[in-house]
Structure formats: structure tokens, C-alpha cells
Design a protein around this ligand. Structure first.
Ligand SMILES: [Zn+2]
Ligand SMILES: [Zn+2]
Ligand SMILES: [Zn+2]
Ligand SMILES: [Zn+2]
Length: 688
């Protein structure tokens, strides 16, 4: 960043400012999401560059030092509020505007000890910071000094020789040329010139060692840094992610192996899977019959009584604590085989629970089912009681002023109801304050994404971009900050009409389509989509066929989600890149929400008041379901940036598993063989 009207340039340094108002479940979710982000970063690098050194892919706090794999330890991080940040002058390289002579300092203290001289080469000096730095995709920056690093094979270290061969250590910087490649350092002793070239010391210390150990041959373009303006974006890309906040600790706790039985019971309830559960009385008898468990049933009942008492006196946290203690105790009886937990009537769901640990988390339908359950309870049902959410078919006066006029209200309900039914939506809820947590956990340089392609002799060479944690906080254990902000944002929740989905699945010859209970069938038939959705890329006719339920349900929900995101951006003025999506596949629903912490002029409530009809009609409009970009999009998959795609940062699924054909009919998705029959669209009157 620049400082004081461009007079001096600074870089930000973390200050201790712990974020103390975070709920335990939020912290759990931050680490869960961080783990995902870090794992995903590594996966994306390794896929392109399998030989990349682990330490050049992930910074120390993000990886296991032995295996090199992604690993996040809570004790290395501190939740931090971003409203207090320090600044120090940087870079400490100065150039005299009169003669071009340069001075460099190692630190602010070094500069304080021996300040810049008033006189320079016999004239009044005019020192300014050199605002061009060397940046490297490994995450380092260095001042633009004339002294390069060399690898010393004796010590296996990078050494900087701060002197010209003539013995002089003074250099002038000739920077009049418009391109960095023509800038030169000139030795003030002998007049020798140097082009801008500096190795990244960290990379220079590693790649020759890898090579000498019989590993990959390295090239200098992997090591040499790039001169860039310190004011340019490319010197610092903040890495951040956001998620929906939940109060219910089940969204994290039920995911742990310890609570497997609780998860089984919950899934059975949500998706109406037959489940024979023992009665409380049967459990009590089993516990009391076991000599090693004397008194535990009484203890269990005491916890429950204390929870009830706390609840009735309004101490929600204490109530939760007691209830958790009761649940923990009860779970030990099941885990230790003292009492029988009950039988789930779906071996396939039990199998899914057993293997889901290896699934890519963002598509894990079991996790998303539990989240959806909490979502409806907290962000819809409970929110409705405080007017923080409203079903558009049952509007309040804040949503639309028709509520005061029975005739207009009936007309509104008829219009909206009929559009929703054309869209195949069973429910649409506007949520006025969906709690969104956004956190930034690190940064990268040169590239915002895991692979940087460096141009070299007309070729592009792939470089691993290192994900860096923020600098250490000046506190005990030198923890790294995670900057957290929480905000209530507007959102729209959509749930599809299950009967219509079933007709659509059947019309498209989905081989494993069930007769009912799509959610349960989704859990039973789901197989890991994987981090890159490889199966759903263009397989040049070699992809999976016949059609299966999970892929098609996801394809439908995801395409509808994008269609509504576009519609929202067009009718509300909300920035397209500022809309996020969240898909609950087994519950046939999705949410689109304002992600941004950046205020724009759009808002969803105002959109609904003024343009509700236009918003829904646009989604159905045949014109928005055609693509203007030419026949390629129509022939191959039916999704491109000109139509249904959104920006990479807004999409959950890398713009895969998308196709306009699922709505309007036409060629099947890109992974299917060309011979696959055309799709019947979800909007087709024949299945409505
Ligand atoms: Zn000078
Ligand atoms: Zn010299
Ligand atoms: Zn297109
Ligand atoms: Zn998407």
C-alpha cells in the first residue's frame, strides 16, 4: 500500500487484535473450510506439477513437515479482527532523483542508525523510495537492489555478494526506459552495467539440492524473480473464503466418527429412512444391567434435568453444555456396545457413512443434508418468527405492499405462484439476514491461482504458486492471524418440486431414478465427485453413460442456481461476482446469497418489491436459455461464459456440471457420448 499521498510506501504488518465474539461452531467451520482450501490448493498444484517441492506449494503452517501434505493445526493460528493493522515503510531502497545513486537498508532500525545523507555525490540529495520490487510466485518480495543471489554449493545456501567485482558497492539506477527489461544498474566505481536480475533465495536454496539429489533439472526461469510495481495488484493477492454460519453444533460434530450413530439417527429422520430405535427404557435397562456402568443412568438424567432448568431460566449456553454432556455419555454406551443403537433400513447409506471420510467435502451430500436441516431450522423457521425471513407466497408488508389489499394480494399470489410452478419450484424464501462468515487466511504473489504460467522464449512454463500464511503476530507462540468478518446478508432459498424432479429424471432415462424419496436415493447412490469433477469434464465421447441420479440432480440444481444468479444480477444491481451459491443436493434445494463485504447499490428486498415478476420471468425466458456465442456452446455441453457460467470465484463447482439443456432441452452434458439422446428440459411443458 502507499502511504501519505504517495510520499512513502509501506507494507502492512499484523497486530494482535483477537476476534473474541466467535461462536465455537463458527471456529470449527473456519478450520474445516481452511482445511479444504489448503488441500484444494495443493491438489491443484500437484495435478499440474507432480514434482513440485512441497515447501514451494504450501507455507509451513499449512503443511505436514514430513509428508508435505496439507495440514492445519489450530494452535498455529489466531482468529483476528481485521480493523487494526500496522504499517512499516517498505521497500527500504532509495534512489537520488538528481544522479540516480541508490542506498539500501536491511531494516528500519538500520536506517535509523545511519539515515540517508543530505549530500549525494556533491549535490543536495533527493531521495525517494524505489517503488518497484522483485516478486516471486513462491510468495517472496525483495527490494530492487543491484545485488543478486548465488548458490553456494559448499553450504547449500544462497549468498548475496553486496559488491561489484571492482570493489565498489555503490550503484546508480537508470530507470528512464518504459520497460523494466531496459532498466540498468551502473556501478559507480567501474561503470559496469547490470540488467534487473535477482534470484529468489528461498527457491535458489531448494531447486539445486533437488537436482543434485537426482531429482528434476531446474531452469533459471523458475528461480529468477520478476520486477513489478509495488503498487500493482500482483504483489499481493489475499486468499479468502466464506461460508454460511450455523448455531447448531451438529453441523460439525455429527461429521466426526465418534458421533456416527447420532448421524445415522439424524439422516433417518431427515430422509425418512426406516430406523428401529430402542426406547429410553430399553437403553436404561441395558445400562443398569452392566456392572461397569453403575450410576451412569442417574448421571445422564441429572444432566438432562440441569439442561431443562438452564433452558427455562434462559441460559442457553449452559443448557447446551449439559445436553452435550448427556449426549456424550449416551454415545459411550452405544460406542462401547452397552446398548444397541438401532438399525438403519438402508445398507447403502450405512456404507456411504463408512466411506465418506475420503469424499471431497464440498459435494458430500451427507454433510450437506445435516447443514440443510440446520439451515431450514435456523435461517428459515426461526428467522421467520422475527421477520428475518419471509416465504414469498406468504408476504409481509416489508416484502410487498400488496398485503394490505386482498385483491392485489390474491393477484400477486397468483402471478408469483404460477411463475414458481413454471420454474418447478416448490418454495422460495427471502432471507433478510443470512449470517455469512468471510475469512482471509493468507496470500499469494504474482498469481491469485495455484499455477503461474511464466512466458519464456514464446512458451508458457508452469510454476507452482506458494500459498503463504500471513506474517506472524507479535504474540506468544508467534501465531498467524486469520482475519474474520461476519455479516448478515440477504439471500434467496429455493426448493424444487420433488414430483417434477422425479418426472424429469424419468423422462431423461436416469437408470437409477427412484419412484419416490429422491433425497434418500441420492445418499444411497452418491459416489465421490472428486475435487476436480474429472468425470464431468469434456470426455470426448468417452464419459459416463447411462445417466445416473447424483450427477443429474446436481446438474439440475447447479444450472438453476446459475440461472437465478444471472437473473438476480440483472434485476437487482447486485454485482454478479458478489453472489455466492450453496447447493443442498439431497434436499433438492439451493441458496444464492450476497457474499460481499463490499457494499454495492443492489439489494434483494428492493429487487423483489419492484421486479419480482421480471426476476422470475427472466429465468424462464427462452432468450436467456439460448446462447449468443455461436454454435459451439450449443453443440458441446451448453454452458459457456457468455450464457450460464459465472466467475470462478462465485462458482462452487468450477463451472462444471452446468448445462442450459437441462432446462430448455437439447444436447446432453459435455461428458456424455455424442450418441446419447437429447435431454428433455426441466421447463418442458411435457413434464410440468
Ligand atoms: Zn544524487
Ligand atoms: Zn564496479
Ligand atoms: Zn453459451
Ligand atoms: Zn456454480
Amino acid at each position: 500500500m502507499t502511504w501519505e499521498g504517495g510520499k512513502g510506501i509501506c507494507r502492512s504488518v499484523p497486530l494482535p487484535n483477537e476476534a473474541k465474539d466467535l461462536k465455537p461452531t463458527t471456529i470449527e467451520l473456519i478450520f474445516e473450510n481452511l482445511n479444504d482450501a489448503v488441500t484444494n490448493w495443493r491438489d491443484r498444484v500437484i495435478k499440474v506439477l507432480p514434482d513440485a517441492l512441497p515447501e514451494l506449494v504450501l507455507d509451513t503452517p499449512f503443511r505436514d513437515s514430513k509428508s508435505g501434505e496439507a495440514r492445519v493445526q489450530r494452535t498455529d493460528f489466531q482468529m483476528t479482527s481485521p480493523d487494526k493493522v500496522g504499517y512499516v515503510p517498505y521497500p527500504l531502497l532509495y534512489r537520488c532523483g538528481i544522479c540516480g545513486s541508490t542506498r539500501e537498508f536491511d531494516s528500519v532500525a538500520d536506517q535509523a542508525r545511519q539515515p540517508l545523507p543530505r549530500k549525494c555525490n556533491g549535490h543536495e540529495a533527493r531521495w525517494t523510495q524505489v517503488d518497484v520490487v522483485y516478486a516471486h510466485w513462491s510468495g517472496d518480495i525483495e527490494p530492487l537492489s543491484p545485488f543478486n543471489y548465488n548458490f553456494d554449493p559448499q553450504t547449500d545456501t544462497a549468498r548475496q555478494i553486496k559488491m561489484c567485482t571492482c570493489g565498489s558497492s555503490s550503484f546508480k539506477l537508470r530507470n528512464a526506459a518504459p520497460v523494466f527489461s531496459e532498466w540498468r544498474y551502473v556501478c559507480e566505481g567501474c561503470g559496469e552495467t547490470r540488467a534487473l536480475k535477482k534470484a529468489n533465495p528461498d527457491t535458489l536454496e531448494r531447486l539445486p539440492i533437488q537436482q543434485n539429489d537426482g531429482g528434476r533439472q531446474f531452469q533459471w526461469i523458475e528461480v529468477n524473480m520478476l520486477p513489478v510495481s509495488y503498487r500493482a495488484n500482483s504483489t499481493f493477492y489475499v486468499q479468502r473464503t466464506s461460508f454460511i454460519v450455523f448455531e447448531d453444533s451438529a453441523v460439525v460434530e455429527l461429521m466426526t466418527p465418534k458421533r456416527r450413530d447420532g448421524l445415522v439417527a439424524r439422516l433417518a429422520k431427515i430422509h425418512e429412512i426406516p430406523f428401529t430405535e430402542p426406547s429410553e427404557d430399553e437403553i436404561r435397562k441395558s445400562v443398569e444391567a452392566d456392572p461397569t456402568r453403575v450410576g451412569e443412568w442417574d448421571e445422564y438424567e441429572t444432566y438432562l434435568r440441569m439442561a431443562e432448568k438452564a433452558e427455562s431460566s434462559g441460559r442457553a449456553d449452559a443448557a447446551r453444555r449439559h445436553r452435550d454432556a448427556a449426549t456424550d455419555l449416551r454415545e459411550t454406551w452405544f460406542a462401547d456396545g452397552i446398548a444397541d443403537r438401532g438399525q438403519l433400513g438402508s445398507p447403502a447409506v450405512l456404507q456411504a457413512i463408512a466411506v465418506r471420510e475420503d469424499w471431497t467435502r464440498r459435494y458430500d451430500p451427507i454433510r450437506l443434508t445435516v447443514q440443510h436441516d440446520a439451515f431450514v431450522r435456523e435461517h428459515i423457521d426461526q428467522a421467520m418468527t422475527r421477520h428475518a425471513a419471509v416465504d414469498v407466497m406468504d408476504p409481509d408488508v416489508a416484502l410487498t405492499d400488496v398485503v394490505n389489499d386482498p385483491t392485489r394480494k390474491a393477484k400477486y399470489q397468483h402471478t408469483v405462484g404460477s411463475l414458481l410452478s413454471h420454474l418447478g419450484m416448490e418454495r422460495l424464501v427471502l432471507i433478510r439476514g443470512l449470517p455469512i462468515c468471510e475469512f482471509s487466511f493468507g496470500y499469494t504473489r504474482v498469481s491469485a491461482t495455484p499455477i503461474y504460467q511464466r512466458e519464456h522464449n514464446g512458451q508458457r512454463v508452469d510454476m507452482p504458486v506458494r500459498l503463504k500464511a500471513f506474517d506472524q503476530l507479535p504474540i506468544a507462540d508467534n501465531k498467524r492471524p486469520i482475519y474474520v468478518t461476519q455479516q448478515l446478508n440477504e439471500a434467496l432459498y429455493f426448493r424444487l418440486d420433488e414430483a417434477r424432479v422425479l418426472r424429469w429424471l424419468e423422462a431423461n432415462q436416469i437408470v437409477d431414478a427412484p419412484g419416490d424419496h429422491v433425497g434418500r436415493a441420492y445418499l444411497e447412490r452418491y459416489a465421490d465427485f472428486g475435487p476436480f469433477l474429472e468425470e464431468f469434464k469434456d470426455r470426448e465421447g468417452q464419459g459416463g453413460y447411462p445417466r445416473t441420479l447424483p450427477a443429474y440432480v446436481y446438474l439440475l440444481l447447479h444450472t438453476l442456481s446459475h440461472q437465478m444468479m444471472h437473473s438476480l444480477a440483472d434485476t437487482s444491481g447486485v454485482d454478479r461476482d458478489g453472489i455466492g451459491e450453496h447447493i443442498f443436493p439431497a434436499d433438492l434445494s439451493f441458496v444464492i446469497y450476497r457474499k460481499g463485504m463490499t457494499p454495492d447499490l443492489g439489494n434483494i428486498s428492493a429487487m423483489w418489491r419492484n421486479y419480482a415478476e421480471a426476476f422470475l420471468k427472466r429465468a424462464l425466458d427462452p432468450r436467456t436459455l439460448r446462447c449468443g456465442s455461436g454454435s459451439l456452446c450449443d453443440a458441446r455441453g451448453g454452458a459457456c461464459p457468455a450464457c450460464v457460467m459465472v466467475s470462478e470465484v462465485s462458482c462452487l463447482a468450477s463451472n462444471l456440471l452446468l448445462s442450459r439443456s437441462v432446462l430448455k432441452g437439447g444436447k446432453g452434458p459435455e461428458w456424455e457420448p455424442r450418441t446419447a439422446p437429447n435431454l428433455v428440459g426441466y421447463f418442458d411443458p411435457s413434464i410440468a
